[in-house]
Write a protein that binds this ligand. Structure first.
Ligand SMILES: [Zn+2]
Length: 223
């Protein structure tokens, strides 16, 4: 098989591959970027170094994650694709020249790897924020050339640029506003969620006749 034909086949396979597309609101994107930035700054004094995050931070909290550096001669994904993240394998794949230049600090290559890191971290952060009931988003299993996937790619770019220049997340805001937007609200919502659940459980318990009889029994004994 000649390389060119193989190349077209692989590219078509990537295009037709189905994956989970996360589509967020604008607020959801800011919230995701903020928490992604916090997570990405671990171990580097708050600086975001995508290669360091990929090699040291993500594996800390996601044991199934892995990455692969592929030699240029064995790169069959086309000239324009330099790196990608595959959610099924939970893996970032990078062409070796891009990886080397990113290590040397070439901005374009750092951004390329940052984008893939954000893809990976996005779903981890989303699960966390979703558990705290502070972000709404929809997901869909789509092919790589679907509208949802294109929107997901644009949003990943937007979140990456926010993560790379986090000042834009906080500039013009007072400390209180920052807390309000990124901390207090989510935490209050989380606590309210717990109270609501506890209240609902209590009502269900009171409505339960067996439980009610038991309470009466206890009251009789007490008298
Ligand atoms: Zn992407």
């Amino acid at each position: 098989m000649d390389v060119c034909h193989y190349d077209v086949q692989v590219k078509t396979a990537i295009k037709e591959q189905k994956a989970e597309a996360i589509v967020l609101t604008d607020d959801g994107m800011n919230l995701t970027a903020f928490w992604t930035r916090l997570l990405c700054g671990c171990g580097t004094d708050g600086r975001f170094e995508p290669v360091y995050v990929m090699e040291n931070i993500i594996p800390l909290f996601d044991k199934s994650f892995n990455y692969e550096i592929v030699e240029r001669e064995s790169w069959f994904y086309g000239e324009y694709l330099q790196a990608f993240y595959t959610p099924e394998a939970n893996k970032i794949v990078i062409r070796d020249d891009v990886y080397e230049r990113a290590l040397a600090g070439v901005a374009l290559d750092v951004i390329t790897i940052a984008h893939e890191v954000v893809h990976c971290i996005q779903s981890i952060v989303m699960r966390f924020l979703n558990a705290m009931q502070c972000v709404e988003f929809k997901t869909a299993i789509c092919s790589n050339d679907s509208n949802e996937m294109q929107q997901h790619e644009l949003q990943t770019d937007r979140i990456t640029s926010l993560v790379l220049s986090p000042d834009s997340l906080t500039e013009g805001k007072t400390d209180n506003e920052i807390l309000q937007q990124y901390f207090i609200n989510p935490l209050i919502q989380f606590v309210c969620g717990l109270i609501k659940t506890a209240g609902k459980n209590l009502l269900e318990a009171l409505n339960d006749t067996n439980c009610y009889n038991e309470v009466k029994e206890v009251e009789r004994c007490a008298v």
